[in-house]
Design a protein around this ligand. Structure first.
Ligand code: 3PG
Ligand code: MG
Length: 397
């Protein structure tokens, strides 16, 4: 990475303001954390700073409280989990700016860490307000961005603070940028892009940027319906993005011109409703009736995808193959995850729901890399600069 990192600066005794992405899923009923991957992922940076006697001030958002205090989106569970893992008390402040917080920060000793309250309780965070960024910057001597998962947002705590403090990358951010960068720059071939999830529109820029670098594109999930319709198949009640039909057709055309193999489902599981009690059957894509919708890829498709992926040396996967939240529609996603965990390829998993699936199936350790960024990894692989990376200090050449 061409940005300075925490390894390049002296942090001893300094107030180091670290933006982490602790936007983790929390069970609504129990209030407990259901997947702490993002907390774990920030540990190398936090431990590095603690070991070097920095005063560590952690800032994060959680959920989308839209500028108001939402009790269920307080960061207390994150501070508790951090305290457990680190074996030292990590306090949580009642706010993220203001004189109270400044006092707590002042009393922080070398090697101690404090987590500030949810940044998004202030609407100024998401508007990227300069005065809010300045108020945050007052709390530190150095700014570290380790929130890769939020680095595609032009928010005050992501890009803004860097206007007021020396700004460097944390170790997670560095790892994400280097790993995702390596599959853009020098992937081992054959290189496959495996996409699923609901929407084509989320992935247009990625597909356009990556088509010249990949050997195969495989499409499952809800978004496959738009591609199938562009090929004149009837997709019943499956939702189709009418305004992306041309894009889908053109993309398949450019793939053919470039000799990029393009795999769509040949059979699908269809259901009359989105519930575990639905009537489900497997049909060829030629026979989807008007009153049913696609909920998963079918067994022949799984086999075709598996045969293709087994021959690949690099695979980037983003997006489930079906409505995996419903156990009966999760077979395709599960099979594909298990397959990726078992092949000898470099397997890079996009964040968000794909990362959660991988963790749920206890397969994350078997992948080469699981990104902590959903939207951020898509944007990065689309070739776009991320505001949170761009704002950091460049390495001298
Ligand atoms: C994420 O989970 O996508 C990041 O934490 C960013 O959150 P956001 O999508 O609400 O901006
Ligand atoms: Mg997001």
């Amino acid at each position: 990475m061409n940005k300075l990192t925490i390894r390049d600066i002296d942090v001893d005794g300094k107030r180091v303001l670290v933006r982490v992405d602790s936007n983790i899923p929390i069970d609504e009923k129990t209030g407990s954390i259901t997947d702490d991957t993002r907390i774990q992922a920030a540990l190398p940076t936090i431990k590095y700073l603690i070991a070097r006697q920095a005063r560590v001030i952690l800032i994060s958002h959680l959920g989308r409280p839209k500028g108001k205090v939402v009790e269920t989106l307080r960061l207390t569970p994150v501070a508790q989990r951090l305290s457990q893992i680190l074996g030292q008390q990590v306090g949580v402040a009642t706010n993220c700016i203001g004189s109270e917080v400044e006092k707590s920060v002042e009393s922080l000793r070398r090697g101690e860490a404090l987590l500030l309250e949810n940044l998004r309780f202030h609407s100024d965070e998401e508007t990227g307000s300069a005065s809010f960024a300045k108020a945050l910057a007052r709390l530190g001597d150095i700014f570290v961005n380790d929130a890769f998962g939020t680095s595609h947002r032009d928010h005050a705590s992501i890009a803004g603070i860097a206007d007021y403090l020396p700004a460097v990358a944390g170790l997670l951010l560095e790892k994400e940028v280097d790993t995702l960068g390596s599959i853009l720059k020098h992937p081992a071939h054959p290189f496959a892009l495996l996409l699923g999830g609901a929407k084509v529109s989320d992935k247009v820029a990625l597909l356009e940027n990556i088509i010249d670098r990949v050997d195969t594109i495989l499409i499952g999930g809800g978004m496959a319906a738009t591609f199938l319709k562009a090929e004149d198949y009837k997709v019943g009640l499956s939702s189709v993005e009418e305004d992306r039909l041309n894009f889908a057709a053109e993309l398949m055309g450019s793939a053919a011109e470039r000799g990029v193999r393009f795999l769509l489902p040949v059979d699908v599981a269809v259901a009359n409703e989105t519930s575990n009690e639905a009537e489900v059957e497997t049909l060829s894509i030629e026979n989807i009736p008007p009153h049913l919708k696609i909920v998963d890829i079918g067994p022949q498709t799984i086999k075709n995808f598996a045969d293709e992926l087994r021959g690949c040396k690099t695979v980037f996967w983003n997006g489930p193959m079906g409505i995996h939240e419903i156990p009966r529609f999760a077979a395709g996603t599960k099979y594909i995850a298990e397959l990726l965990a078992s092949i000898g390829a470099t397997t890079i998993i996009g964040g968000g729901s794909t990362a959660e699936v991988t963790t749920e199936l206890k397969l994350a350790d078997k992948m080469t890399f699981v990104s902590t960024g959903g939207g951020a990894s898509l944007k990065f692989l689309s070739g776009e600069t991320l505001p949170g990376v761009d704002a950091l200090m460049d390495k001298k050449r």
